[in-house]
Design a protein around this ligand. Sequence first.
Ligand code: ATP
Length: 227
Amino acid sequence: MPGPKNPNSEDSTPESEHQELSGDRKIPAAVIKRLSLYTRALQNLERNKVEKVSSTELAKELGLNSAQVRKDLAYFGQFGVPGFGYPVGELRKKLKHILGTDRKINVALIGVGHLGKALLSYGGFNRQGFRMRWAFDIEVRDKTIGAEKVPVYNISELEQVVRRENIELVILTVPAEAAQGIADRVVGAGVSAILNFVPKRIQTPPHVKVHYVDLAIEMESLSFYLR
Ligand code: ATP
């Protein structure tokens, strides 16, 4: 049985939606999303041995304005030294800790079709601290996928593998008619984060966070600007 509708499940989360982060501080969901961008920019700077960065430089890199950057980062404490900038390494570590990506998160993908295979073959998730090492399908056509040789399990093993491997996040790329049933099963097995590529809303209990990615809708909204 699907649980009650989850008000926290959004594709484009409005700025007004606030999330509890730690203690009584409320952080807008849009700020949480930008933290990933900051973290990635800081990683690049660190790779290039840059030790300090100003809010203006960070803003330029990400196409934001510097007041926005200072305001966002101020949610998480006093980092910048006026006239000196932010310490790159320290800020990156802190943001990764806040995002929870300073530890490896086990990720499974369900539905090894065209899109599922493409996502499994993409190396970027592993580089960002996710361990995408499990795939499931109703019909196992290939034993492993991609250069990383991600094993494909039969969907009948879902609950057992999710529990055993402590899988915390699931990517859904199944056909629309299978999405709700699979979501119910992964939630039942303890998963509380779902990245849903299926163009269909799913019902989940309130503690489960669902993010939607609909590539066709993204292109459609871009097509508006081509008119
Ligand atoms: P895509 O939409 O990614 O291009 P596709 O067109 O190759 O996929 P779909 O019919 O969307 O195929 O199915 C995606 C995958 O989901 C297929 O590999 C299919 O076998 C699998 N699948 C279908 N039903 C289920 C289910 N109930 N549980 C797990 N996997 C399923």
